[in-house]
Ligand binder design. Structure first.
Ligand SMILES: [Fe+2]
Length: 410
């Protein structure tokens, strides 16, 4: 009989390049199935039939519905003999009660597939509608940051996710963020492989109507995903390839699509960059930028991408202590000259992000977005407990670090 032995992993100094191998095992999944292409929305009927759907539940928000995307989907589905209902009540930073209402409607309409069309809030909400409809309970029962969480274990109904912005990567991720129903308005993080969409149907044509402000904040969310994944504590060289490519694509095209929303080539490249940035953070998670920005969205209702964009340079300065080598690598994706010391190149990389923010109309200070100094203490308290802080390269993430990031950004 073969004896199995415990393998002792070598201890890795966490200060080396700011990275540790947390389990000694690397995973990478390409799920969901990706269908990507300009005009690919017209495949929705075929794809739904492929998944044996008969009655679709289309989750969206009122703005997207006004653009006619949901009714267009209905027409395609009709041609394939598939019935459908539209639920258009998802708000930015979706609330627990809205998601619960959606789950009830999903069940009462006898639906058998969810089709989410919208930004990250819509796609996140749709994931949890499936979860609650199938497995019961309320979203807060599944909060991954609580020790008493209900595991996501059911095989959920199929979901086809169709992003209308280039940003969140929610169409390819296992994560969903919902705002709690209690008065504290905390963010609930729910994650698990069963939540992942069955198909990500990415049609850059749908992003042409995305207004400049939203284009800017979503693009910076995607850039933050790629950067935070790249410097994350987890080691995953496959995901790093995705991050670097995403950083290059977003850097080359974000200014263009901000100034001209009809730039088709720019929009295609931004859709691609945001999607593969989502694939990278789905493997390596994010860090202190997201830990801080989640509190800004929960307490001040700041759009997620805007909060990330403002926090990003300030958190990068804090993490520079351990992440300079990675900043130098990412600087090459920004086409920053390699002349100078690593320290200088890392500084140029951070300055270039500030320049990009300025060029696309992102306010440089949190105070311009209505954030008051008095809220920093309570936000910092929550930020260090946020699930995103676990993979921040500089550890431990202390309250002082979070306070100094917020103050620097104020
Ligand atoms: Fe994000």
């Amino acid at each position: 009989m073969v004896q199995t032995e415990e393998i002792e992993l070598p201890l890795i100094d966490p200060t080396i390049k700011g990275q540790i191998l947390d389990t000694g095992v690397m995973g990478f999944s390409f799920a969901p199935q990706v269908i990507f292409g300009y005009g690919a929305l017209n495949r929705i009927g075929f794809l739904s039939l492929f998944l044996k759907a008969q009655n679709a539940f289309i989750v969206t928000d009122a703005e997207i519905e006004k653009l006619g995307f949901a009714s267009k989907i209905q027409k395609y589905l009709e041609k394939s003999g598939i019935r459908s209902n539209i639920f258009n009540e998802i708000e930015p930073n979706p609330k627990e009660e809205t998601v619960t209402k959606g789950a009830e409607k999903y069940k009462s309409t006898g639906s058998d597939i969810v089709i989410a069309i919208g930004g990250g809030s819509v796609i996140d909400a749709a994931k949890i509608i499936r979860l609650i409809a199938k497995q019961g309970g309320k979203p807060s029962d599944y909060d991954a940051t609580k020790s008493t969480i209900m595991a996501v274990h059911e095989s959920l109904p199929h979901q086809i996710s169709i992003p209308t912005t280039s940003g969140t990567g929610s169409e390819v991720s296992i994560v969903s963020m919902i705002t709690s129903a209690d008065k504290k308005k905390e963010k609930i993080t729910i994650l698990g492989y069963p939540l992942i969409s069955t198909i990500a149907l990415v049609d850059p044509q749908l992003t042409l109507s995305c207004p400049p402000k939203l284009t800017a904040s979503c693009g910076m969310d995607a850039l933050t995903h790629a950067i935070e994944a790249f410097i994350s504590l987890r080691i995953n060289p496959i995901a790093d390839m995705f991050s670097l490519q995403a950083i290059a694509l977003i850097y080359q095209h974000l200014r263009k699509v901000y100034s001209n929303g009809q730039d088709v080539i720019g929009r295609i490249n931004m859709s691609l960059g945001a999607m593969i940035a989502g694939m990278a953070f789905n493997q390596k998670s994010v860090g202190l930028v997201h830990a801080c920005s989640h509190q800004l969205s929960a307490q001040h209702n700041l759009p997620h991408g805007l909060a990330n964009a403002i926090m990003l340079p300030h958190v990068l300065r804090i993490n520079k202590k351990v992440s300079t080598p990675q900043y130098v690598t990412m600087a090459s994706a920004f086409e920053i000259s390699s002349n100078g010391s690593d320290d200088e190149i890392a500084d140029k990389f951070i300055s270039e992000i500030e320049k990009l923010n300025k060029d696309i109309g992102i306010p440089s200070r949190l105070s311009e977005a209505g954030v008051k100094e008095s809220s920093i203490d309570s936000m910092a308290e929550k930020a260090i407990k946020d699930i995103s802080a676990i993979t921040n390269p500089l550890q431990p993430v202390t309250k002082e670090m979070a306070v100094s990031a917020y103050k620097a950004a104020l």
